[in-house]
Design a protein around this ligand. Structure first.
Ligand SMILES: Cc1ncc(COP(=O)(O)O)c(C=O)c1O
Length: 472
């Protein structure tokens, strides 16, 4: 693997600026364990990797040396540094954070930067307070009921089934599990549908939190190219035949990070592939309720192949508020029964008060969606206008939904990233979303969930950093 490819795979490892080599070693260890750096593969020379990562050669030398001492790497006379053929017997348990995106690692380490552009977090609207004010009365009616409901509070399962049916996937309450965000739904699916070492088919750009969860579960990822019309069914079918994945994971509506939406035609075609090959398909509709303009998105993929093993994952995080931690997993009844048992082992269910709130919010969803739409429209257009004025070299589209703009830049962004970090701004570079051979180091995802004044300020600052990084 050359230095540029390795830098792209490494993701966010510079969390601990005081002991950089440890962060680098931790991430390299993880790549070896997950098979991204297979036994015998050669690592880039220290000097070249140091240039690519913009760190000193000593940092690389220390990281390599630590991994050699631990038995992960070997150096042979004249053949550089390679991954050892036999891995050390004890896999260190403490490196989950290394698989995580910069955002998760920062949250866990409570190291949030002054300007955090890593995660598009929509603010709660007044409707949240309204729903909360009704909580005492709702609780008085609900609390005498059952305490443990691992599949979810029945009234909420019912509302979610109703929402999915309106969206186009005919759903019964028994086909719904309420989860702690879409994140838990996706972790449960990874746990239920795979074993360590299995293969999962993903788009070449995809949600970093999901990537972290799949990688940490020890899964091998194979990719299909990303396209404006959604994943190409021919590429999906070819990959299914070749790699026999345990499941296919797609983000068909307002894709994260590109914002693209899969066409009806392609939805029908991939649904048919899932049915024909009996391969489970997971569609992540977490962003589906954040339409800003343009045509209404097509129905869920599952609507095109009733009875196939297609799971629809959704969430209130983007349309309402991520702090609620309410999401859902919808799928075939028989499989869900198995997954509920898995879920019960983790947490026995979501907190009841939040589920009561979610019932209220789903009852008000059409109105909430409309308010969110107006706000996102204003903010998206503010961001696009600021980019056009201050960073006209950056290319982007105007997304019809979602919470961010996907920008292509004329130069790789590592240098800009270093400058931004120095000034306390945390960016989400394209490399965090990239799975395949292409690194996307010349892309960045900019959220428009800040208020309008802040958005303009952020773009002005970015334009300054762009010049400071020698790119402008
Ligand atoms: C496509 C996608 N899936 C899942 C998630 C996680 O959502 P939740 O907050 O519901 O766990 C996100 C959030 O960023 C996302 O963009």
């Amino acid at each position: 693997m050359n230095a540029e490819e390795l830098a792209a795979q490494l993701g966010a490892w510079k969390q601990d600026q005081t002991r950089l080599y440890r962060g680098l070693a931790e991430q390299l260890r993880l790549l070896i364990r997950l098979g991204s750096l297979p036994p015998g593969s050669e690592l880039p020379p220290e000097r070249r990797l140091a240039v690519e990562l913009a760190v000193s050669r000593t940092t690389i030398a220390q990281a390599y040396s630590l991994l050699k001492d631990e038995g992960w790497l070997v150096s042979l006379q004249g053949s550089g540094t390679r991954v050892a053929h036999a891995q050390p017997a004890v896999a260190p348990p403490a490196d989950y954070g290394a698989a995580a995106s910069g955002f998760i690692a920062d949250v866990v380490r409570d190291r949030v930067r002054a300007v955090d552009l890593t995660v598009p977090s929509p603010p709660p609207g007044p409707w949240l307070m309204t729903a909360m004010s009704r909580l005492p009365a709702l609780a008085a009616a609900a609390l005498p009921g059952r305490v443990y409901e691992p599949a979810g509070y029945p009234a909420l399962r019912d509302r979610i089934a109703g929402k999915l049916t309106t969206d186009g996937r005919v759903t019964a309450a028994e086909e719904v599990i309420v989860t702690n965000g879409a994140t838990q739904a996706l972790s449960l699916l990874a746990g239920a549908l795979t074993r360590r070492g299995d293969t999962v088919l993903v788009e070449e750009l995809t949600c970093p939190t999901v990537l972290a969860s799949l990688r940490t579960a020890g899964l091998r990822l194979v990719v299909v190219p990303i396209e404006r019309e959604g994943a190409d069914p021919q590429a999906v079918e070819a990959a299914v035949r070749r790699y026999e994945p345990s499941f296919i994971y797609l983000i068909p509506t307002y894709h994260n990070p590109t914002g693209w939406t899969m066409t009806e035609h392609r939805r029908a075609a991939v649904a048919a592939i899932a049915r024909r090959y009996g391969v489970p398909l997971v569609e992540d509709l977490t962003l589906a309720d954040t339409r800003i303009d343009g045509p209404l998105p097509p129905p869920p993929i599952a609507a095109y192949a009733p009875g196939a093993q297609i799971y629809t994952v959704g969430s209130l995080s983007k349309v309402c508020w991520p702090g609620l931690r309410i999401g859902w997993l919808v799928g075939p009844r028989r499989e869900l029964q198995r997954i509920v048992h898995l879920r019960a082992m983790y947490d026995l269910g979501c907190p009841l008060p939040t589920q009561l709130l979610a019932v209220e919010l789903l009852d008000d969803l059409p109105q909430i969606r409309l308010e969110r739409q107006r706000e996102l429209l204003r903010r998206r257009d503010t961001l696009l206008a600021a980019l056009a004025e201050h960073l006209p070299q950056w290319r982007h589209e105007s997304p019809h939904g979602g919470l961010s703009v996907w920008c292509a830049t004329p130069r790789p962004l590592q240098q800009l990233n270093h400058v931004a970090q120095r000034h306390g701004m945390q960016l989400m570079l394209g490399a965090h979303f990239a799975v395949g051979a292409r690194s996307y180091l010349d892309h960045v995802r900019l959220p428009f969930t800040l208020d309008e004044g802040e958005l303009v300020e952020v773009v002005k600052r970015l334009a300054g950093y762009w010049v400071e990084a020698g790119c402008g």
